[in-house]
Design a protein around this ligand. Structure first.
Ligand code: ADP
Length: 586
Protein backbone atom coordinates (compact mmCIF):
# COMPACT_ATOMS: atom_id res chain seq x y z
CA UNK A 1 0.00 0.00 0.00
CA UNK A 2 2.82 2.35 0.95
CA UNK A 3 4.65 1.36 -2.24
CA UNK A 4 1.60 2.34 -4.23
CA UNK A 5 1.41 5.71 -2.47
CA UNK A 6 5.12 6.29 -3.09
CA UNK A 7 4.70 5.40 -6.77
CA UNK A 8 1.84 7.86 -7.09
CA UNK A 9 3.87 10.52 -5.32
CA UNK A 10 6.81 10.02 -7.66
CA UNK A 11 4.55 10.41 -10.65
CA UNK A 12 2.93 13.53 -9.20
CA UNK A 13 6.19 15.39 -9.92
CA UNK A 14 5.25 15.37 -13.62
CA UNK A 15 3.47 18.67 -12.93
CA UNK A 16 2.93 20.55 -16.19
CA UNK A 17 4.58 17.69 -18.11
CA UNK A 18 1.76 15.40 -17.01
CA UNK A 19 -0.15 15.36 -20.30
CA UNK A 20 2.95 14.74 -22.35
CA UNK A 21 4.30 12.11 -19.97
CA UNK A 22 1.05 10.16 -19.66
CA UNK A 23 0.52 10.22 -23.43
CA UNK A 24 4.11 8.95 -23.84
CA UNK A 25 3.65 6.09 -21.35
CA UNK A 26 0.19 4.99 -22.48
CA UNK A 27 1.11 5.67 -26.12
CA UNK A 28 4.13 3.40 -26.09
CA UNK A 29 2.07 0.44 -24.80
CA UNK A 30 -0.80 1.14 -27.17
CA UNK A 31 1.46 1.50 -30.21
CA UNK A 32 3.15 -1.73 -29.24
CA UNK A 33 -0.15 -3.53 -28.91
CA UNK A 34 -1.65 -1.89 -32.02
CA UNK A 35 1.30 -2.71 -34.24
CA UNK A 36 1.34 -6.28 -33.01
CA UNK A 37 -2.39 -6.71 -33.53
CA UNK A 38 -2.18 -5.24 -37.02
CA UNK A 39 0.79 -7.43 -37.94
CA UNK A 40 -1.14 -10.46 -36.64
CA UNK A 41 -4.10 -9.45 -38.78
CA UNK A 42 -1.86 -8.90 -41.84
CA UNK A 43 -0.20 -12.26 -41.28
CA UNK A 44 -3.60 -13.96 -41.06
CA UNK A 45 -4.66 -12.26 -44.30
CA UNK A 46 -1.43 -13.22 -45.97
CA UNK A 47 -1.78 -16.87 -44.96
CA UNK A 48 -5.39 -16.92 -46.10
CA UNK A 49 -4.33 -15.39 -49.44
CA UNK A 50 -1.70 -18.07 -49.86
CA UNK A 51 -4.14 -20.85 -48.99
CA UNK A 52 -6.83 -19.59 -51.32
CA UNK A 53 -4.37 -18.42 -54.00
CA UNK A 54 -6.08 -15.05 -53.74
CA UNK A 55 -3.64 -12.57 -55.32
CA UNK A 56 -5.84 -9.65 -54.32
CA UNK A 57 -5.74 -10.72 -50.68
CA UNK A 58 -2.01 -11.31 -50.89
CA UNK A 59 -1.40 -7.84 -52.33
CA UNK A 60 -3.59 -6.29 -49.67
CA UNK A 61 -1.66 -8.01 -46.91
CA UNK A 62 1.70 -6.92 -48.38
CA UNK A 63 0.45 -3.32 -48.57
CA UNK A 64 -0.76 -3.70 -44.98
CA UNK A 65 2.68 -4.97 -43.87
CA UNK A 66 4.46 -1.99 -45.44
CA UNK A 67 1.85 0.42 -44.10
CA UNK A 68 2.11 -0.95 -40.57
CA UNK A 69 5.91 -0.80 -40.76
CA UNK A 70 5.78 2.86 -41.72
CA UNK A 71 3.11 3.64 -39.14
CA UNK A 72 5.10 1.85 -36.43
CA UNK A 73 8.24 3.86 -37.23
CA UNK A 74 6.47 7.21 -37.06
CA UNK A 75 4.26 6.34 -34.08
CA UNK A 76 7.13 4.94 -32.00
CA UNK A 77 9.17 8.02 -32.79
CA UNK A 78 6.35 10.31 -31.61
CA UNK A 79 5.35 8.47 -28.45
CA UNK A 80 9.00 7.72 -27.67
CA UNK A 81 9.77 11.42 -27.86
CA UNK A 82 6.80 12.28 -25.60
CA UNK A 83 7.91 9.63 -23.10
CA UNK A 84 11.57 10.69 -23.02
CA UNK A 85 10.74 14.37 -22.81
CA UNK A 86 7.98 13.84 -20.20
CA UNK A 87 10.26 11.62 -18.12
CA UNK A 88 13.20 14.03 -18.20
CA UNK A 89 10.95 16.97 -17.30
CA UNK A 90 9.48 14.98 -14.41
CA UNK A 91 12.98 14.08 -13.20
CA UNK A 92 13.99 17.73 -13.40
CA UNK A 93 10.94 18.71 -11.30
CA UNK A 94 11.86 16.11 -8.68
CA UNK A 95 15.50 17.24 -8.63
CA UNK A 96 14.47 20.89 -8.18
CA UNK A 97 11.99 19.95 -5.46
CA UNK A 98 14.74 18.05 -3.65
CA UNK A 99 17.21 20.90 -3.97
CA UNK A 100 14.61 23.40 -2.79
CA UNK A 101 13.66 21.28 0.21
CA UNK A 102 17.29 20.80 1.24
CA UNK A 103 17.84 24.55 1.00
CA UNK A 104 14.78 25.21 3.18
CA UNK A 105 14.82 22.58 5.89
CA UNK A 106 15.89 23.76 9.33
CA UNK A 107 19.58 23.42 10.16
CA UNK A 108 18.73 21.09 13.05
CA UNK A 109 17.06 18.67 10.61
CA UNK A 110 19.85 18.94 8.07
CA UNK A 111 22.43 18.09 10.73
CA UNK A 112 20.73 14.73 11.27
CA UNK A 113 21.93 13.66 7.83
CA UNK A 114 25.47 13.11 6.66
CA UNK A 115 26.34 15.62 3.88
CA UNK A 116 27.64 12.75 1.70
CA UNK A 117 24.35 10.93 2.22
CA UNK A 118 22.36 13.94 1.02
CA UNK A 119 24.64 14.25 -2.01
CA UNK A 120 24.14 10.59 -2.77
CA UNK A 121 20.36 10.91 -2.49
CA UNK A 122 20.39 13.85 -4.88
CA UNK A 123 22.86 12.13 -7.22
CA UNK A 124 22.34 8.35 -7.15
CA UNK A 125 18.78 8.07 -5.95
CA UNK A 126 17.32 10.85 -8.06
CA UNK A 127 19.16 9.37 -11.08
CA UNK A 128 17.66 5.94 -10.26
CA UNK A 129 14.22 7.53 -10.11
CA UNK A 130 15.02 9.15 -13.48
CA UNK A 131 15.49 5.63 -14.85
CA UNK A 132 12.21 4.67 -13.26
CA UNK A 133 10.46 7.54 -15.06
CA UNK A 134 11.94 6.58 -18.42
CA UNK A 135 12.73 2.86 -18.51
CA UNK A 136 10.69 1.22 -15.76
CA UNK A 137 7.53 3.05 -16.77
CA UNK A 138 8.11 2.11 -20.40
CA UNK A 139 8.49 -1.55 -19.43
CA UNK A 140 5.40 -1.28 -17.23
CA UNK A 141 3.40 0.13 -20.12
CA UNK A 142 4.72 -2.45 -22.58
CA UNK A 143 3.83 -5.29 -20.26
CA UNK A 144 0.52 -4.01 -18.93
CA UNK A 145 -0.86 -2.73 -22.23
CA UNK A 146 1.21 -4.55 -24.88
CA UNK A 147 1.63 -7.84 -23.00
CA UNK A 148 -1.77 -8.17 -21.33
CA UNK A 149 -3.46 -6.85 -24.52
CA UNK A 150 -1.71 -9.54 -26.56
CA UNK A 151 -2.85 -12.22 -24.10
CA UNK A 152 -6.42 -10.98 -24.45
CA UNK A 153 -6.11 -10.94 -28.26
CA UNK A 154 -4.69 -14.45 -28.31
CA UNK A 155 -7.62 -15.66 -26.20
CA UNK A 156 -10.07 -13.91 -28.52
CA UNK A 157 -8.46 -15.37 -31.64
CA UNK A 158 -8.56 -18.87 -30.20
CA UNK A 159 -9.15 -19.43 -26.52
CA UNK A 160 -7.57 -22.88 -26.45
CA UNK A 161 -4.32 -21.74 -28.02
CA UNK A 162 -4.42 -18.57 -25.97
CA UNK A 163 -4.72 -20.56 -22.78
CA UNK A 164 -1.97 -22.93 -23.88
CA UNK A 165 0.62 -20.25 -24.56
CA UNK A 166 -0.38 -18.26 -21.49
CA UNK A 167 0.11 -21.25 -19.20
CA UNK A 168 3.34 -22.31 -20.93
CA UNK A 169 4.72 -18.78 -20.65
CA UNK A 170 3.64 -18.38 -17.02
CA UNK A 171 6.01 -21.22 -16.15
CA UNK A 172 8.80 -18.85 -17.22
CA UNK A 173 7.71 -16.42 -14.56
CA UNK A 174 7.38 -19.10 -11.89
CA UNK A 175 10.96 -20.20 -12.56
CA UNK A 176 12.19 -16.68 -11.77
CA UNK A 177 10.19 -16.28 -8.54
CA UNK A 178 12.97 -17.69 -6.29
CA UNK A 179 15.36 -15.19 -7.87
CA UNK A 180 13.23 -12.16 -6.97
CA UNK A 181 14.42 -11.95 -3.34
CA UNK A 182 18.18 -12.13 -4.02
CA UNK A 183 17.80 -9.80 -7.02
CA UNK A 184 16.10 -7.18 -4.90
CA UNK A 185 18.60 -7.59 -2.05
CA UNK A 186 21.68 -7.29 -4.21
CA UNK A 187 20.28 -4.43 -6.24
CA UNK A 188 19.65 -2.48 -3.04
CA UNK A 189 23.05 -3.39 -1.62
CA UNK A 190 24.76 -2.36 -4.87
CA UNK A 191 22.97 0.98 -4.73
CA UNK A 192 24.01 1.57 -1.11
CA UNK A 193 27.64 0.60 -1.82
CA UNK A 194 27.61 3.02 -4.73
CA UNK A 195 26.45 5.74 -2.32
CA UNK A 196 29.28 4.82 0.06
CA UNK A 197 31.88 5.15 -2.69
CA UNK A 198 30.42 8.50 -3.71
CA UNK A 199 30.45 9.68 -0.09
CA UNK A 200 34.11 8.76 0.31
CA UNK A 201 35.06 10.58 -2.86
CA UNK A 202 33.34 13.66 -1.46
CA UNK A 203 35.11 13.35 1.90
CA UNK A 204 38.45 12.87 0.15
CA UNK A 205 38.07 16.12 -1.76
CA UNK A 206 36.52 18.14 1.07
CA UNK A 207 39.12 16.88 3.50
CA UNK A 208 42.01 17.05 1.03
CA UNK A 209 43.94 19.41 3.29
CA UNK A 210 43.69 17.09 6.30
CA UNK A 211 44.39 14.04 4.17
CA UNK A 212 47.66 15.53 3.00
CA UNK A 213 48.74 17.22 6.20
CA UNK A 214 48.25 14.05 8.28
CA UNK A 215 49.57 11.74 5.55
CA UNK A 216 46.24 9.97 5.43
CA UNK A 217 46.44 9.03 1.76
CA UNK A 218 47.03 5.33 2.46
CA UNK A 219 44.23 5.23 5.00
CA UNK A 220 41.65 6.90 2.72
CA UNK A 221 42.79 4.75 -0.18
CA UNK A 222 42.35 1.65 1.95
CA UNK A 223 38.86 2.72 2.99
CA UNK A 224 38.00 3.54 -0.58
CA UNK A 225 39.40 0.24 -1.86
CA UNK A 226 37.28 -1.62 0.70
CA UNK A 227 34.06 0.13 -0.33
CA UNK A 228 34.93 -0.06 -4.00
CA UNK A 229 35.53 -3.80 -3.71
CA UNK A 230 32.24 -4.23 -1.87
CA UNK A 231 30.48 -2.27 -4.62
CA UNK A 232 32.06 -4.49 -7.28
CA UNK A 233 31.13 -7.61 -5.32
CA UNK A 234 27.49 -6.55 -5.03
CA UNK A 235 27.47 -5.50 -8.70
CA UNK A 236 28.85 -8.90 -9.69
CA UNK A 237 26.29 -10.81 -7.62
CA UNK A 238 23.53 -8.66 -9.07
CA UNK A 239 24.86 -9.35 -12.57
CA UNK A 240 24.92 -13.09 -11.81
CA UNK A 241 21.34 -13.23 -10.60
CA UNK A 242 20.23 -11.07 -13.48
CA UNK A 243 21.97 -13.38 -15.93
CA UNK A 244 20.16 -16.31 -14.32
CA UNK A 245 16.89 -14.45 -14.62
CA UNK A 246 17.54 -13.51 -18.23
CA UNK A 247 17.76 -17.25 -18.95
CA UNK A 248 13.98 -17.09 -19.21
CA UNK A 249 14.24 -14.40 -21.89
CA UNK A 250 15.92 -16.96 -24.09
CA UNK A 251 13.44 -19.65 -23.27
CA UNK A 252 10.66 -17.76 -25.04
CA UNK A 253 11.20 -19.86 -28.17
CA UNK A 254 10.06 -22.94 -26.27
CA UNK A 255 6.62 -21.37 -25.94
CA UNK A 256 6.56 -20.71 -29.71
CA UNK A 257 7.51 -24.32 -30.21
CA UNK A 258 4.63 -25.49 -28.01
CA UNK A 259 2.24 -23.32 -30.03
CA UNK A 260 3.57 -24.57 -33.38
CA UNK A 261 3.37 -28.21 -32.25
CA UNK A 262 -0.20 -27.73 -31.08
CA UNK A 263 -1.11 -25.63 -34.16
CA UNK A 264 0.34 -28.14 -36.62
CA UNK A 265 -1.76 -30.97 -35.16
CA UNK A 266 -4.84 -28.76 -35.18
CA UNK A 267 -4.29 -27.60 -38.79
CA UNK A 268 -4.03 -31.25 -39.83
CA UNK A 269 -7.65 -31.71 -38.66
CA UNK A 270 -8.90 -28.18 -39.31
CA UNK A 271 -6.99 -26.49 -42.19
CA UNK A 272 -8.97 -23.25 -41.76
CA UNK A 273 -7.13 -22.73 -38.45
CA UNK A 274 -3.88 -21.89 -40.29
CA UNK A 275 -4.47 -18.10 -40.66
CA UNK A 276 -5.34 -17.85 -36.98
CA UNK A 277 -2.24 -19.87 -36.13
CA UNK A 278 -0.17 -17.38 -38.15
CA UNK A 279 -1.71 -14.52 -36.19
CA UNK A 280 -1.01 -16.33 -32.89
CA UNK A 281 2.61 -16.90 -33.89
CA UNK A 282 2.91 -13.14 -34.33
CA UNK A 283 1.47 -12.58 -30.83
CA UNK A 284 3.30 -15.32 -28.95
CA UNK A 285 6.46 -13.25 -28.43
CA UNK A 286 4.55 -10.50 -26.62
CA UNK A 287 2.76 -13.03 -24.44
CA UNK A 288 6.08 -14.67 -23.55
CA UNK A 289 7.69 -11.34 -22.92
CA UNK A 290 4.96 -10.43 -20.44
CA UNK A 291 5.86 -13.37 -18.23
CA UNK A 292 9.61 -13.41 -18.71
CA UNK A 293 9.94 -9.67 -18.03
CA UNK A 294 7.48 -9.56 -15.15
CA UNK A 295 10.21 -10.54 -12.67
CA UNK A 296 12.50 -7.84 -14.13
CA UNK A 297 9.76 -5.32 -13.69
CA UNK A 298 8.99 -6.35 -10.12
CA UNK A 299 12.65 -6.27 -9.03
CA UNK A 300 13.24 -3.02 -10.81
CA UNK A 301 10.17 -1.47 -9.21
CA UNK A 302 11.31 -2.54 -5.74
CA UNK A 303 14.81 -1.16 -6.23
CA UNK A 304 13.53 2.12 -7.61
CA UNK A 305 11.04 2.31 -4.76
CA UNK A 306 13.91 1.96 -2.28
CA UNK A 307 15.47 5.04 -3.89
CA UNK A 308 12.07 6.71 -3.80
CA UNK A 309 11.79 6.12 -0.05
CA UNK A 310 15.20 7.76 0.50
CA UNK A 311 14.29 10.77 -1.63
CA UNK A 312 10.74 11.14 -0.33
CA UNK A 313 11.98 10.95 3.27
CA UNK A 314 13.87 14.19 2.71
CA UNK A 315 11.09 15.72 0.66
CA UNK A 316 8.77 15.11 3.62
CA UNK A 317 10.94 17.07 6.04
CA UNK A 318 8.99 20.17 7.04
CA UNK A 319 10.62 23.42 5.87
CA UNK A 320 11.92 26.05 8.22
CA UNK A 321 8.95 28.06 9.50
CA UNK A 322 8.51 31.53 8.06
CA UNK A 323 8.69 32.84 11.64
CA UNK A 324 10.14 31.09 14.67
CA UNK A 325 7.34 29.96 16.97
CA UNK A 326 7.40 31.77 20.28
CA UNK A 327 8.39 29.36 23.06
CA UNK A 328 6.11 29.29 26.11
CA UNK A 329 6.75 31.72 28.93
CA UNK A 330 8.44 34.41 26.85
CA UNK A 331 7.57 37.75 28.31
CA UNK A 332 7.46 40.96 26.31
CA UNK A 333 10.90 42.48 26.05
CA UNK A 334 11.36 46.17 26.61
CA UNK A 335 14.86 46.31 25.17
CA UNK A 336 16.11 49.51 23.56
CA UNK A 337 18.29 50.10 20.50
CA UNK A 338 20.97 47.50 19.82
CA UNK A 339 20.84 43.76 20.40
CA UNK A 340 19.41 42.14 23.52
CA UNK A 341 19.32 38.54 24.58
CA UNK A 342 17.00 37.70 27.42
CA UNK A 343 16.94 34.41 29.38
CA UNK A 344 17.99 32.41 26.30
CA UNK A 345 18.21 28.62 26.69
CA UNK A 346 18.82 25.96 24.12
CA UNK A 347 19.66 22.24 23.94
CA UNK A 348 20.63 20.29 20.82
CA UNK A 349 19.16 17.10 22.22
CA UNK A 350 18.00 16.78 25.81
CA UNK A 351 17.54 19.53 28.32
CA UNK A 352 20.18 17.85 30.52
CA UNK A 353 22.99 18.67 28.11
CA UNK A 354 21.83 22.21 27.37
CA UNK A 355 24.26 24.12 25.14
CA UNK A 356 23.03 27.48 26.49
CA UNK A 357 21.42 28.13 29.86
CA UNK A 358 19.52 31.27 30.63
CA UNK A 359 21.81 33.70 28.84
CA UNK A 360 21.01 37.43 29.13
CA UNK A 361 23.01 40.41 27.89
CA UNK A 362 22.63 43.59 25.86
CA UNK A 363 24.88 45.23 23.32
CA UNK A 364 24.00 48.88 22.81
CA UNK A 365 23.79 50.16 19.23
CA UNK A 366 27.26 50.73 17.80
CA UNK A 367 28.96 48.91 20.69
CA UNK A 368 31.23 45.90 20.53
CA UNK A 369 30.83 42.70 22.58
CA UNK A 370 33.50 40.03 22.65
CA UNK A 371 32.68 36.41 23.52
CA UNK A 372 35.45 34.31 24.95
CA UNK A 373 35.79 31.05 26.81
CA UNK A 374 36.84 27.46 26.33
CA UNK A 375 35.91 25.47 23.27
CA UNK A 376 32.44 23.95 23.61
CA UNK A 377 31.36 26.83 25.85
CA UNK A 378 28.43 27.73 23.55
CA UNK A 379 29.74 30.72 21.58
CA UNK A 380 28.93 29.35 18.11
CA UNK A 381 25.56 28.07 19.33
CA UNK A 382 24.73 31.56 20.59
CA UNK A 383 25.51 33.02 17.15
CA UNK A 384 23.40 30.39 15.42
CA UNK A 385 20.48 31.18 17.73
CA UNK A 386 20.87 34.89 17.08
CA UNK A 387 20.68 34.12 13.36
CA UNK A 388 17.49 32.13 13.97
CA UNK A 389 19.07 28.86 12.77
CA UNK A 390 17.70 26.91 15.75
CA UNK A 391 14.56 27.31 17.85
CA UNK A 392 15.33 28.51 21.38
CA UNK A 393 13.84 26.41 24.17
CA UNK A 394 13.26 29.57 26.17
CA UNK A 395 14.00 33.26 26.02
CA UNK A 396 14.10 35.91 23.39
CA UNK A 397 16.43 37.93 21.20
CA UNK A 398 15.62 41.47 20.13
CA UNK A 399 17.18 43.97 17.76
CA UNK A 400 16.17 47.58 18.36
CA UNK A 401 13.34 46.37 20.58
CA UNK A 402 11.83 44.00 17.98
CA UNK A 403 11.79 40.34 18.92
CA UNK A 404 12.97 37.48 16.70
CA UNK A 405 9.47 35.99 17.01
CA UNK A 406 7.86 39.06 15.47
CA UNK A 407 9.84 38.96 12.23
CA UNK A 408 9.84 36.66 9.27
CA UNK A 409 13.15 34.84 9.49
CA UNK A 410 14.36 36.22 6.15
CA UNK A 411 13.69 39.77 7.36
CA UNK A 412 15.26 39.04 10.76
CA UNK A 413 18.42 37.65 9.15
CA UNK A 414 18.77 40.62 6.83
CA UNK A 415 19.72 42.66 9.93
CA UNK A 416 22.92 40.67 10.33
CA UNK A 417 26.17 40.40 8.46
CA UNK A 418 27.98 37.22 9.42
CA UNK A 419 31.67 36.73 8.81
CA UNK A 420 32.58 33.12 9.65
CA UNK A 421 35.91 31.81 10.77
CA UNK A 422 36.49 29.88 7.58
CA UNK A 423 34.93 31.94 4.85
CA UNK A 424 32.98 29.92 2.34
CA UNK A 425 33.17 30.77 -1.34
CA UNK A 426 30.81 29.47 -4.02
CA UNK A 427 32.10 28.09 -7.32
CA UNK A 428 31.36 31.33 -9.12
CA UNK A 429 33.07 34.60 -10.00
CA UNK A 430 34.63 36.86 -7.36
CA UNK A 431 32.00 39.44 -8.31
CA UNK A 432 29.09 37.03 -7.75
CA UNK A 433 30.63 35.92 -4.46
CA UNK A 434 30.75 39.49 -3.19
CA UNK A 435 27.27 40.38 -4.40
CA UNK A 436 26.04 37.03 -3.04
CA UNK A 437 22.46 36.94 -4.29
CA UNK A 438 21.61 40.61 -3.61
CA UNK A 439 20.28 42.68 -6.52
CA UNK A 440 23.40 43.73 -8.47
CA UNK A 441 24.47 47.06 -6.94
CA UNK A 442 26.80 47.80 -9.89
CA UNK A 443 30.56 47.45 -10.34
CA UNK A 444 31.35 50.75 -8.62
CA UNK A 445 29.79 49.77 -5.29
CA UNK A 446 31.25 46.28 -5.43
CA UNK A 447 34.73 47.69 -5.98
CA UNK A 448 34.25 50.21 -3.18
CA UNK A 449 33.34 47.39 -0.81
CA UNK A 450 36.33 45.37 -2.02
CA UNK A 451 38.61 48.38 -1.44
CA UNK A 452 37.34 48.81 2.12
CA UNK A 453 37.84 45.07 2.66
CA UNK A 454 41.46 45.32 1.43
CA UNK A 455 40.51 42.87 -1.30
CA UNK A 456 40.60 45.01 -4.44
CA UNK A 457 44.34 44.77 -5.05
CA UNK A 458 44.61 41.01 -4.86
CA UNK A 459 41.39 40.60 -6.88
CA UNK A 460 42.90 42.72 -9.65
CA UNK A 461 45.90 40.40 -9.68
CA UNK A 462 43.73 37.32 -10.28
CA UNK A 463 43.73 36.14 -13.94
CA UNK A 464 40.33 37.69 -14.77
CA UNK A 465 40.00 40.20 -11.95
CA UNK A 466 36.44 40.31 -10.58
CA UNK A 467 35.36 37.79 -13.22
CA UNK A 468 37.78 35.11 -12.01
CA UNK A 469 35.88 31.95 -11.16
CA UNK A 470 36.64 30.71 -7.64
CA UNK A 471 36.57 27.11 -6.54
CA UNK A 472 34.21 26.00 -3.78
CA UNK A 473 36.98 24.86 -1.50
CA UNK A 474 38.76 28.09 -2.36
CA UNK A 475 42.00 26.41 -3.36
CA UNK A 476 42.82 29.31 -5.63
CA UNK A 477 42.67 31.76 -2.69
CA UNK A 478 44.48 31.95 0.63
CA UNK A 479 42.54 31.88 3.91
CA UNK A 480 43.08 35.63 4.39
CA UNK A 481 41.91 36.39 0.85
CA UNK A 482 38.73 34.33 1.29
CA UNK A 483 38.05 36.19 4.50
CA UNK A 484 38.47 39.55 2.82
CA UNK A 485 35.95 38.48 0.16
CA UNK A 486 33.55 37.60 2.99
CA UNK A 487 34.22 41.01 4.57
CA UNK A 488 33.53 42.76 1.25
CA UNK A 489 30.24 40.84 1.04
CA UNK A 490 29.34 41.91 4.59
CA UNK A 491 30.24 45.54 3.82
CA UNK A 492 28.01 45.49 0.76
CA UNK A 493 25.17 43.95 2.78
CA UNK A 494 25.44 46.93 5.09
CA UNK A 495 23.52 45.21 7.89
CA UNK A 496 23.35 47.03 11.24
CA UNK A 497 24.57 44.08 13.34
CA UNK A 498 27.81 42.28 12.66
CA UNK A 499 28.48 38.74 13.85
CA UNK A 500 32.13 37.98 13.53
CA UNK A 501 33.78 34.66 14.23
CA UNK A 502 37.43 35.53 14.42
CA UNK A 503 39.78 33.03 12.78
CA UNK A 504 41.73 30.91 15.24
CA UNK A 505 44.21 29.83 12.59
CA UNK A 506 46.96 32.39 12.37
CA UNK A 507 47.34 34.08 9.02
CA UNK A 508 50.70 35.24 7.73
CA UNK A 509 51.71 38.63 9.13
CA UNK A 510 50.78 40.61 6.02
CA UNK A 511 47.42 38.87 5.57
CA UNK A 512 46.70 39.34 9.26
CA UNK A 513 47.29 43.06 9.01
CA UNK A 514 45.13 43.36 5.88
CA UNK A 515 42.28 41.34 7.43
CA UNK A 516 42.39 43.29 10.70
CA UNK A 517 42.27 46.58 8.83
CA UNK A 518 39.33 45.32 6.76
CA UNK A 519 37.54 44.19 9.91
CA UNK A 520 38.03 47.58 11.54
CA UNK A 521 36.35 49.15 8.50
CA UNK A 522 33.53 46.65 8.76
CA UNK A 523 32.96 47.14 12.49
CA UNK A 524 32.84 50.91 12.12
CA UNK A 525 29.43 52.15 13.32
CA UNK A 526 27.95 48.65 13.59
CA UNK A 527 26.73 46.79 16.64
CA UNK A 528 29.30 44.01 16.73
CA UNK A 529 29.36 40.62 18.43
CA UNK A 530 32.65 38.87 18.00
CA UNK A 531 33.81 35.41 19.00
CA UNK A 532 37.28 36.62 19.79
CA UNK A 533 40.59 34.84 19.94
CA UNK A 534 42.97 37.79 19.65
CA UNK A 535 43.73 39.78 22.73
CA UNK A 536 43.70 43.08 20.81
CA UNK A 537 40.13 42.43 19.60
CA UNK A 538 39.05 41.50 23.12
CA UNK A 539 40.66 44.55 24.71
CA UNK A 540 38.90 46.83 22.24
CA UNK A 541 35.47 45.46 23.16
CA UNK A 542 33.07 47.50 25.26
CA UNK A 543 32.07 44.37 27.16
CA UNK A 544 33.62 40.92 27.33
CA UNK A 545 31.44 37.88 27.98
CA UNK A 546 33.03 34.70 29.27
CA UNK A 547 30.95 31.66 28.28
CA UNK A 548 31.59 28.27 29.78
CA UNK A 549 29.38 25.18 29.83
CA UNK A 550 26.59 27.18 28.19
CA UNK A 551 26.55 29.78 30.97
CA UNK A 552 27.68 33.38 31.18
CA UNK A 553 30.29 33.08 33.87
CA UNK A 554 31.82 36.55 33.82
CA UNK A 555 31.25 39.85 32.08
CA UNK A 556 32.84 43.26 32.09
CA UNK A 557 35.63 45.26 30.49
CA UNK A 558 39.12 43.88 30.14
CA UNK A 559 40.25 46.02 33.03
CA UNK A 560 37.34 44.87 35.28
CA UNK A 561 37.88 41.24 34.53
CA UNK A 562 41.65 41.35 34.93
CA UNK A 563 41.01 42.73 38.41
CA UNK A 564 39.45 39.36 39.42
CA UNK A 565 42.63 37.70 40.60
CA UNK A 566 41.24 34.20 40.34
CA UNK A 567 38.65 34.82 37.63
CA UNK A 568 38.39 32.53 34.58
CA UNK A 569 38.95 35.41 32.15
CA UNK A 570 42.18 36.41 33.79
CA UNK A 571 43.31 32.76 33.75
CA UNK A 572 42.47 32.57 30.05
CA UNK A 573 44.45 35.68 29.27
CA UNK A 574 47.40 34.50 31.30
CA UNK A 575 47.46 31.00 29.91
CA UNK A 576 45.57 30.67 26.64
CA UNK A 577 45.89 34.04 24.99
CA UNK A 578 49.40 34.97 26.01
CA UNK A 579 50.82 32.35 23.71
CA UNK A 580 49.31 33.87 20.56
CA UNK A 581 49.25 37.59 21.35
CA UNK A 582 51.47 40.03 23.17
CA UNK A 583 50.38 40.75 26.76
CA UNK A 584 48.25 43.84 27.29
CA UNK A 585 50.08 47.12 27.81
CA UNK A 586 47.94 48.07 30.81
P1 ADP B 1 32.02 26.97 21.13
O1 ADP B 1 31.64 27.73 19.92
O2 ADP B 1 32.11 27.83 22.35
O3 ADP B 1 33.25 26.16 20.94
P2 ADP B 1 29.66 25.40 20.59
O4 ADP B 1 28.56 26.37 20.58
O5 ADP B 1 30.21 24.97 19.28
O6 ADP B 1 30.86 25.95 21.49
O7 ADP B 1 29.23 24.10 21.38
C1 ADP B 1 28.49 24.14 22.60
C2 ADP B 1 28.03 22.71 22.93
O8 ADP B 1 27.09 22.27 21.98
C3 ADP B 1 29.17 21.71 22.91
O9 ADP B 1 28.94 20.78 23.95
C4 ADP B 1 29.02 21.04 21.57
O10 ADP B 1 29.47 19.71 21.62
C5 ADP B 1 27.52 21.09 21.35
N1 ADP B 1 27.19 21.19 19.91
C6 ADP B 1 27.63 22.14 19.06
N2 ADP B 1 27.10 21.96 17.83
C7 ADP B 1 26.29 20.88 17.91
C8 ADP B 1 25.44 20.19 16.99
N3 ADP B 1 25.30 20.62 15.74
N4 ADP B 1 24.77 19.12 17.43
C9 ADP B 1 24.88 18.71 18.71
N5 ADP B 1 25.65 19.31 19.64
C10 ADP B 1 26.35 20.38 19.25
Amino acid sequence: MRSWTNLRRLLSYAGDARGQYISGIVGIGLVNLGVNALFAEALALFTKGLMQEDSHGLLLSVVLFVGIGLFATVAILLVGRALVSGASRTERHLRSAFFTVVSRIPLATLERYDPGDIQSRLGNDVAAIGQFYAQTMQLLSNLMIGGLGSIALALIIDWRSGLLITSAASVLFLITVPLLGPLKRHAKAAQSKKAEVLGQTGQMTRGSFIVRSFNLQDWVLQRFAGSSLAQRHEGLLLGWYDALRSFTDNMGNVVSLVLIAYGARRVAIEPAFLPRLAALIQLVDEVTMFFSQLSSLLTDLQVKLASAVRVLELLDEPPEPVRLPRPPLVGESRAGPGLSVNDLSFAYRTQEDAALQSISFSVAAGHRAAFVGPSGGGKSTLFKLILGLYRPRRGTITVDGHSIYDHELSVWRSQFAYVPQNAFVFSDTVYANIVGGMPDPGAEKVERAAHAANAHDFIMQLPNGYQTVLQELGQNLSGGQKQRIAIARALLQDAPVLLLDEATASLDAESEHEVQEALQNLMQGRTTLVIAHRLSTIQDADTIYYLEGGQLVEQGTHRDLMAHTDGPYRRLVETGLKATSPPPAS
